[in-house]
Write a protein that binds this ligand. Structure first.
Ligand SMILES: Nc1ncnc2c1ncn2[C@@H]1O[C@H](COP(=O)(O)OP(=O)(O)OP(=O)(O)O)[C@@H](O)[C@H]1O
Ligand SMILES: [Mg+2]
Length: 272
């Protein structure tokens, strides 16, 4: 096709203008005219596709923005509900402590004070877990170290021979297991602090089959003869047994290292 006969864009200085139309030359043959018409139809189809693509890109961008907004909202709501939970637990702790102080009956006052301590422990568990929680779960070694730091502070005014150490493998545990497990650890360590006076070791081991064991051992006087965790007067063992059941774990107890003291172990699957 010669330059003079070839289709020319009107306003060809702006070829990207979507309204650009082709002018058919006056002396154009039928074959050329129909080729130009087909070309125009094809161009129209491309423009329609381009416009649809542009719309869907815009829609996708809107959806992405909406998704980001929802993630931010979810984080704000999670933060808010954690905050309310902690406030609620703090309120219950102070109500129980106040009631304990105003109760004349010493036994009832002691029970109320113990209940206040347990609710405070639950609040501490939630606060620690919340600060170290990641998307995949809770770094449980880090949690145990923080818990033991807290409890060590509480024992620091007692005998210098006391020690609380953590020997833990790196393990990330889903929150649904980490919360009960954290409470179990707290109850077991509290018992060792209460009944033993020397070295307390908290360990977390991963088994070859992927299961894990949390153990607390001490070198205290050891468990009473014929110890049955289900038949003790204390509330701690009952709470521990219930929480071990909740995570489908198994509770074992034995003598501690060098046949001394007591050792409690919880075998659990970090995946369930
Ligand atoms: N580390 C330990 N060393 C020696 N005895 C222990 C140890 N842990 C638990 N026991 C024994 O098991 C019993 C039951 O423990 P449990 O935690 O249920 O009760 P508690 O600690 O006495 O009371 P509570 O937990 O309700 O404050 C204790 O009274 C104690 O005799
Ligand atoms: Mg106890």
């Amino acid at each position: 096709m010669r330059a003079s006969n070839s289709p020319q864009a009107v306003g060809s200085e702006n070829a990207s203008n979507p309204d650009t139309q082709f002018r058919q030359p006056d002396n154009c043959s039928i074959a050329v005219c129909s080729a130009i018409a087909m070309y125009e139809q094809e161009l129209e189809r491309h423009r329609a596709t381009e416009s649809r693509l542009r719309d869907s890109v815009l829609r996708e961008a809107d959806l992405l923005r909406e998704k980001d907004d929802l993630i931010v909202l979810k984080d704000i709501l999670a933060e808010e509900s954690e905050h309310r939970l902690l406030n609620g637990l703090q309120l219950i702790t102070s109500l129980l402590a106040t009631q304990s102080r105003s109760t004349k009956n010493r036994e009832a006052a002691a029970q109320l004070s113990m209940a206040a301590n347990r609710v405070a422990t639950l609040a501490r568990v939630h606060r620690h877990l919340h600060t170290i929680e990641k998307l995949e779960g809770v770094e449980f070694k880090q949690y145990l170290e923080r818990l033991c730091d807290d409890l060590s502070d509480m024992m620091s005014d007692e005998s210098a021979e006391r020690s609380l150490c953590v020997e833990a493998a790196e393990l990330t545990i889903p929150r649904a297991i980490a919360t009960p497990l954290a409470f179990i650890a707290s109850e077991l360590i509290t018992n060792s602090i209460k009944y033993a006076k020397g070295r307390i070791t908290v360990s977390l081991q991963i088994m070859p089959n992927g299961d894990a064991t949390l153990s607390v051992s001490d070198d205290g006087p050891g468990l009473p003869e014929l110890f049955d965790p289900a038949a003790t007067n204390g509330l701690g063992m009952k709470i521990i047994a219930a929480l071990v059941g909740q995570i489908h774990g198994e509770l074992y107890f034995a003598k501690g290292d060098h046949d001394q003291g007591a050792r409690f172990s919880v075998l659990f699957s970090p995946q369930t």
